[in-house]
Each structure stands twice: as structure tokens, then as C-alpha cells.
Design a protein around this ligand. Structure first.
Ligand code: MSP
Length: 508
């Protein structure tokens, strides 16, 4: 059986989750469900990044001990994933004991290899981001933090460093030999060109306790804690059993997809592969950096204060509509503009008018003309469906594998519209008047087969909807498997219509 290891970033717990976090987890969930649909053994990992000064500070502001605070916020993320129907296999928190132990073991290992050294260092430091920037970077940014654009402090202190430079030329060759390693290709080009035009400096992986205390204790020197990023990246192997259960680790690693947005691509595409190489561990298969959701032209983020709350959106429009909107509206690699108008358009036209209406009126006819019992007819695919259906069959797996969800949905909705047109052109009401029962049975069987196949294809994107359609068609959920998506595989139908799947949203 093939296996698939899929990860999301570990989100900082300094604030509640917003729509940007929800987006990444919906992408990862969609891919994980697709892999399960195809019979793959999936390990889907998500979690929270809980160390660092900014988290300690927010905890203090809310009058709580750091651990109590991170327990609460981490639970908010878990709750959101459950509400969004994100079915992960394990939720890792960087404050778990086993993870902290692995971080320390890794540092000791790399130190023994000579890849970690101590040095006095003067650098430009951003306190909120806990990041050091080089003189060249600071010159380019005009003296502010490259991430949050805040003022920087000049800090001089002794720290421990990880020797990135030793592996730079190896990484360049690796990227050249593996052009599929970073996706989309624009991001691959960016990383490669960055590496070819800059010399990597040592990565500062310690923070003195006098300045920052909420972290994994540095194993070589108890005056320090470990830099949050060095700690957090290691979750991808600690959660898979590294240095704890080698059998399990072998069966899960390497990760097949690391999902994140472009803001943290360098951490994943430069630091992480080098850390793995130094540890003599295989590299992940794909690092996938998606785009940003913006709101009125600016990235949606906590620091900009323009967050969109996914819990409220779920209440207003429902989980599947939200998942559909986010995955249909933009290609995964691009940026998207978040607006209520765009959501309403998508829901009313694609979901209420096209899909919802198709299911409702087909089942309505099946009940009206045959009391819900439609016998299986000739297995031939109606002429009208052939082209569009074979286009989906031929491209579905390849596109889903590349996380090209918007293109897949476009093709599926083309088929839905072909079915709607088929109803209009066949005019079943006229056939009924003419007593053509046999013809109406064939016509309805074709539509029910089409809808059944659609429900399998859309399951990764809209699981509740697919399951509800299946229930209405009298099919068990366990039949939601890709090998059942062939035409004519279902026998007689016994259907039972429910209320419309997607009520229209009133904009007046
Ligand atoms: N803790 C680090 C990640 C460590 S992974 C080992 C971190 N956390 S974060 O809370 O800031 O999350 C960043 C991630 O959240 C992005 O890479 C992306 O997955 C998601 N998003 C946050 N804002 C987003 C948008 N506005 N649009 C799309 N995704 C967004 O970085």
C-alpha cells in the first residue's frame, strides 16, 4: 500500500486562528482525503508552535503562566480543525516532552559532528520576530525587520550557530537535480536564485535565557534556550517517531508534502533540508508554498489586525461552502483577495444554482415519477456526458496530486452544468406526458450515476456534501472510493430527497 505523509506549519499560539491558517489546513486536508480516497495510508500532521518570547509576553499580558496560556490557545486551533472537518492523524505541540527531548538529542548529534559552534556575534535583531538579520539584508530593507517591518535592535552577544554554509553548494546541486522539490516553480526559482547569489551565514540557534526564557533548554549550555524555528522544524521528524521508534519512522518518513505559505518558504526550503542532510536523513518529497489571502490589498495577519474569523464564516455560510470557496477561487500557488461579494457569488452560482439544484431536481423527479426507485439501465454513458466525463477521469489524479484543486473543481462543475443542460434538453415532463416511462428511467439513471460519480470526486473538498448526496442516493459512505468512480458501477437506486444542499444567500 502506498503511504502519504502530509504536514502543515505549526501555528504560533500568540493569537486565535484566522482564515489564513484555516486555508493551509483545508489544502492539506483536501490532499489527505484525496490520498485516502485512493487507498493510500495517510499520516496527516498539524499542531502548534508554542515557544518563544512573543508567546511568553502575550501570556503575561493575559495574566497567565505560559503553559496555561498555550494550552488554551492550542485548544482553539484543535477546535477549529474539528469544526472545519480537518481530519488530522496527530496534533503535535512543541511543548510535548518527547519533542523537546528530540530537539536536544539533535543538537547534541550535530555538535558531535562539528556542525554547531559558539561565536561572539553582533547583529540586527527583531525582538517580536526573534530573528537576526544580516547587514546586507538590513541595508536592502531600509533598516527594518524583513518580516514585520519593525525597528531593529543592534545586539552583541555570544551564541551557538549551525553551520549552514558547509551545505550550501550541496543544496544548490540538490535543487538542480530535483526541480520538483519546491512548488510552485516560481518559488523553486526564487530559492535557487537566492542560494546562487548569497552566501549563507551560520544560523543562530540559541537565545540567552536572560533575554528569552520560554523555550527548550539548550543541551550544551544551560544559559541558553533553543531558537524557536530550530525547535519547531524538528516536529516533522519527532512526530513521525525519529529517534524513538525507528520502524515507525521508516514507514512514515520522508514527508510527501510540507504545506505552508510563501512567508516561511526559506525556513522550509533552506534551513530544513540542510538540517536533515546534516542528520543524514532523507529529504522530503515536496515543499509546497501557497499564496496569501489578502484583505483590501494587505496580507491577512494578526499583526495587521485585519483577520477574518473562520468560526464566524462557518456559522454564516457553512463548512463546505467555505472549503469550496477557498479551494475554487484561486490556484493554490497564487494570492487571493478575500471579499464577502466573492463568497456570495460562488455559493449562489456554483453551489446553490448548479450543484444543489441538480441534486434536488433529479431526486425530485425520481420520487415523483418512480417513487424513488430507479432501475439500472444500459451502462452506456450518455453521448452528452462523454467528453466532459473522460476529461475528468483522465486528469483527476494528476491534478489532485499537484494540489491543483481549482482546476479539478472547474472540470467537475463543467460536468454538473452539462447534466443541468441535459435535463433542460431532454424535457422529462414532456416524455412523461407522452408515456415514455422507459426513456425517463434511462434518463434518471444517467443523472443519478453522474451525481454519484461527482460525489466521489468532490469528497476531498466538500466531505459533508458528498456524504449527504450519498445518503440521499442510498449509498453507504464506505463506497466513497476512487475505484467506484467508473460509470455504471451502481445497480438500482433507491433515493430519498432531503432539503436543498445549499440555500441561496440573500444579498439584499
Ligand atoms: N510557527 C511558524 C511555523 C513553524 S513550522 C515548523 C509560523 N507560524 S504562523 O502562525 O505565523 O503561521 C504561518 C502560516 O500560516 C503560513 O505559512 C500559512 O500557512 C498560514 N497563513 C497565515 N496567514 C496567511 C494568509 N494571509 N494567507 C495564507 N496563509 C496564511 O510561521
Amino acid at each position: 500500500m502506498s503511504k502519504s505523509y502530509i504536514t502543515t506549519p505549526l501555528y504560533y499560539v500568540n493569537a486565535r486562528p484566522h482564515i489564513g491558517h484555516a486555508y493551509t489546513n483545508i489544502i492539506a486536508d483536501c490532499l489527505a482525503r484525496f490520498k485516502r480516497l485512493c487507498g493510500s495510508e495517510v499520516f496527516f500532521l498539524t499542531g502548534t508552535d508554542e515557544h518563544g518570547e512573543k508567546i511568553r509576553k502575550v501570556a503575561k499580558l493575559s495574566g497567565k503562566e505560559p503553559q496555561e496560556f498555550v494550552d488554551e490557545v492550542s485548544a482553539n486551533f484543535k477546535d477549529l480543525w474539528q469544526k472545519l472537518n480537518v481530519e488530522y492523524d496527530f496534533f503535535i505541540r512543541t511543548t510535548f516532552d518527547f519533542h523537546e527531548r528530540i530537539v536536544q538529542e539533535v543538537i547534541k548529534k550535530l555538535h558531535t559532528k562539528g556542525d554547531i559552534y559558539k561565536e561572539k556575534y553582533k547583529g540586527f535583531y527583531c525582538v517580536p520576530c526573534e530573528a537576526f538579520w544580516t547587514a546586507i539584508q538590513v541595508k536592502e530593507s531600509g533598516g527594518v525587520c524583513l518580516d514585520c517591518k519593525r525597528e531593529l535592535e543592534v545586539i552583541e552577544e555570544e551564541n551557538y550557530f549551525f553551520r549552514l554554509s558547509k551545505y550550501q553548494s550541496w543544496l544548490i546541486s540538490y535543487l538542480k537535480e530535483n526541480p520538483e522539490f519546491i512548488k510552485p516553480s516560481t518559488r523553486y526559482n526564487e530559492v535557487l536564485s537566492f542560494l546562487e547569489n548569497n552566501s549563507l551565514e551560520g544560523l543562530c540557534i540559541s537565545r540567552p535565557k536572560k533575554r528569552l526564557s520560554w523555550g527548550v533548554e539548550f543541551p550544551l549550555d544551560n544559559n541558553y534556550v533553543v531558537y524557536v524555528w530550530f525547535d519547531a522544524l524538528l516536529n516533522y521528524i519527532s512526530a513521525a517517531g525519529y529517534n524513538q521508534d525507528e520502524e515507525r519512522f521508516k514507514s512514515i518518513w520522508p514527508a510527501d508534502y510540507h504545506f505552508m505559505a510563501k512567508d516561511i518558504l526559506r525556513h522550509h526550503a533552506i534551513f530544513w533540508p540542510i538540517m536533515l542532510k546534516a542528520l543524514e536523513i532523507d529529504l522530503p518529497v515536496t515543499i509546497f508554498a501557497h499564496g496569501w489571502w489578502n484583505f483590501e490589498g494587505e496580507k491577512i495577519s494578526k499583526s495587521r489586525g485585519n483577520i477574518v474569523n473562520p468560526l464566524e464564516l462557518i456559522k454564516d455560510i457553512g463548512v463546505d461552502s467555505l472549503r469550496y470557496f477557498l479551494l475554487r477561487e484561486i490556484p493554490v500557488g497564487g494570492d487571493g483577495s478575500f471579499s464577502w461579494k466573492a463568497i456570495v457569488n460562488r455559493i449562489n452560482s456554483d453551489l446553490a444554482n448548479d450543484l444543489g439544484n441538480l441534486v434536488f431536481r433529479t431526486l425530485n423527479m425520481a420520487e415523483k415519477y418512480f417513487s424513488g426507485r430507479i432501475s439500472s439501465s444500459s451502462p452506456a454513458v450518455p453521448r452528452e456526458f462523454r467528453e466532459v466525463l473522460s476529461e475528468i477521469e483522465g486528469s483527476y489524479k494528476g491534478l489532485m496530486d499537484k494540489a491543483e484543486f481549482n482546476t479539478v473543481l472547474e472540470k467537475i462543475f463543467k460536468f454538473i452544468n452539462v447534466m443541468n443542460k441535459y435535463i433542460e434538453e431532454t424535457k422529462p415532463w414532456a416524455l412523461w406526458k407522452a408515456g415514455e416511462k422507459e426513456k425517463i428511467n434511462i434518463f434518471l439513471y444517467s443523472l443519478l450515476e453522474g451525481i454519484r460519480i461527482v460525489s466521489i470526486y468532490i469528497w476531498p473538498v466538500m466531505p459533508f456534501t458528498a456524504e449527504s448526496i450519498n445518503g440521499q442516493l442510498g449509498i453507504k459512505s464506505r463506497e466513497l472510493r476512487i475505484e467506484n468512480a467508473g460509470w455504471g458501477l451502481h445497480g438500482d437506486f433507491k433515493v430519498k430527497k432531503e432539503k436543498p444542499l445549499f440555500p441561496r444567500i440573500d444579498v439584499s
